[in-house]
Design a protein around this ligand. Structure first.
Ligand code: GLN
Length: 492
């Protein structure tokens, strides 16, 4: 296979080419840098490249191949890392002016694991500032364009991680998901995106947005690649106090399992009202495909979903206002020039360093936590969060996997929602509840709309049921046969 075609494929084909010595890991990494050179000026997926690191890792991989040594499944496979995850000695900016010149002093736990598996990290990807957003238009540096149509948003906040994979500027990537930031961009860019169970993957070294909701997870072209990457990044970590003490699993084990007897529950509240007609059709078609594959279909009601956006925007902003207090011009990154006194230094540093959306969140969160309002907003939101989790517990008594669209519509035009935060917040209606409940959830691409934009289906399972979730996703992927990334290569 020509190397230009090889870069559009999943890790499976690339690994085979490496093992057959048709291509070396160094050549593969170089082919991705050539691709980035020609396309990323237009797409804007990367904030920075980490070429020295990627080359060094590729050389080590080649040496292992030459010596016929054991090679971990994703060794030599180029990965893009969201720029809110630390890679030692390279910049980590969270796409914020306040961290523009910040160099990571240590590796995130996931990064350490990528290194141990000889996975070349080829660059740090653009995001909504501090992962706050749904369209990647909130980056302090530049917007990201959707490789399927450059006038459309790629989704956010992991827009760079998704666009990089869709445009074949990386084979796989890592994003972070606080309310949908892995699944929404995966949906808009026609990719697989998985938010693991809360606590499955260590958050150590991920710049905190809302600590009780944040999880790191894979964005890939295939379900198998998502499972392989989850194998690498998951596991208990004593450096993260919310990390689960789980026994290691191989998430590829059950991928091909028969679906007979599996109960799939479609979520009534998300599958019927307010959907774009083509999204509604895609949902119906997916349900039919599952029926033909032997799964049993049941209807599930999650009546409290209507409160989820309100609950999320109280809890997430409250946690963000607390987490972002550390950016004060003293400990990290940017500091205002010529302050008059200490107080003036704090105020000006934060006023100049943070963008509008981040300031909006800090103000909302500080308000919700202030005495007098705490009981009315924050406490109520936490109570509702518990009830939402209870709704899911009941749902999982009736179904193994829940089905809905990932978003009621496909990717929208750049600029069309940025002036209207509320309509932007509504794009997260289907994704947010998984974070509130801590359950694993993923996007699987299931087709294109009339404008040739990808449509995504969301699957969710109970806590720690990733194997079941990936099995359902794999079977859907097999039935849909979405794979069309070669097409994008011609377009951009
Ligand atoms: N769009 C949501 C927000 O802006 C979710 C972001 C995320 O998952 N990081 O908060």
């Amino acid at each position: 296979m020509d190397i230009k075609e090889l870069i559009t494929k999943s890790s499976k084909e690339q690994r085979q080419a490496l093992l057959n010595k048709e291509v070396s890991a160094v050549e593969l990494v170089n082919a991705f840098y050539d691709r980035i050179e020609t396309t990323d000026k237009e797409i804007g997926a990367y904030n920075s490249l980490t070429k020295d690191f990627a080359m060094e890792t590729a050389k080590k991989t080649d040496e292992k191949i030459r010596n016929n040594e054991h090679l971990s499944p994703l060794a030599g496979i180029p990965l893009a890392l969201k720029d809110n995850i630390n890679l030692k000695s390279y910049p980590t900016t969270a796409s914020s002016k306040i961290l523009e010149n910040f160099i990571s002093p240590y590796d995130a736990t996931v990064t350490k694991k990528l290194k141990e598996n000889l996975i070349p990290i080829i660059g740090k990807t653009n995001l909504d500032e501090f992962a706050m957003g749904s369209s990647n238009e909130n980056s302090a540096f530049k917007i990201v364009r959707n490789p399927w149509n450059k006038n459309k948003v790629p989704g956010g906040s992991s827009g760079g991680s998704a666009a990089a994979v869709a445009a074949s500027e990386a084979t796989v990537s890592l994003g972070s998901d606080t309310g949908g930031s892995i699944r929404l961009p995966a949906s808009y860019c026609g990719l697989v995106g998985l938010k693991p169970t809360y606590g499955r993957v260590s958050r150590y070294g991920l710049i905190a947005f809302a600590s009780s909701l944040d999880q790191i997870g894979p964005i890939t072209k295939t379900v198998e690649d998502a499972a392989l990457l989850l194998n690498v990044i998951s596991g208990h970590d004593e450096k993260d106090s919310t990390s689960l003490n789980q026994t290691p699993e191989d998430f590829t084990q059950d991928l091909k399992k028969d679906l007979k007897g599996l109960k799939i529950g479609y979520i009534k509240e998300l599958c019927t009202e307010g959907l774009a007609p083509e999204v509604e059709n895609a949902v119906k078609k997916s349900i039919e495909l599952y029926k033909s594959a032997g799964a049993e279909i049941v209807e599930i009601s999650l009546p409290l979903i209507k409160y989820s956006i309100a609950v999320y925007y109280v809890i997430a902003t409250a946690e963000a206002s607390s987490n972002l207090a550390r950016f004060d011009g003293v400990k990290y990154g940017y500091r205002t020039k010529n302050p008059e006194n200490l107080y003036d230094m704090y105020v000006k540093t934060r006023a100049e360093g943070f963008g509008d959306e981040v300031k909006r969140r800090i103000m909302l969160g500080t308000y919700a936590l202030s005495s007098g309002y705490y009981d009315a907003y924050y406490k109520k939101a936490q109570q509702l969060r518990r009830l939402i989790k209870q709704d899911f517990d009941n749902a999982f008594k009736k179904a193994d996997v829940l089905l809905s669209p990932t978003c009621p519509h496909t990717a929208f035009d750049i600029g069309s929602k940025i002036e209207d935060p509320l309509s932007m917040y509504l794009t997260d209606i289907a994704t947010i509840t998984a974070n509130l409940a801590g359950i694993p959830a993923m996007n699987v691409p299931v087709g294109l709309d009339n404008a040739n934009m990808p449509i995504g289906l969301q699957l969710q399972a109970d806590c720690l049921q990733e194997s079941k979730l990936l099995n359902a996703a794999y079977k859907l992927e097999e039935a849909v046969q979405f794979n069309q990334y070669g097409k994008i290569l011609q377009q951009v």
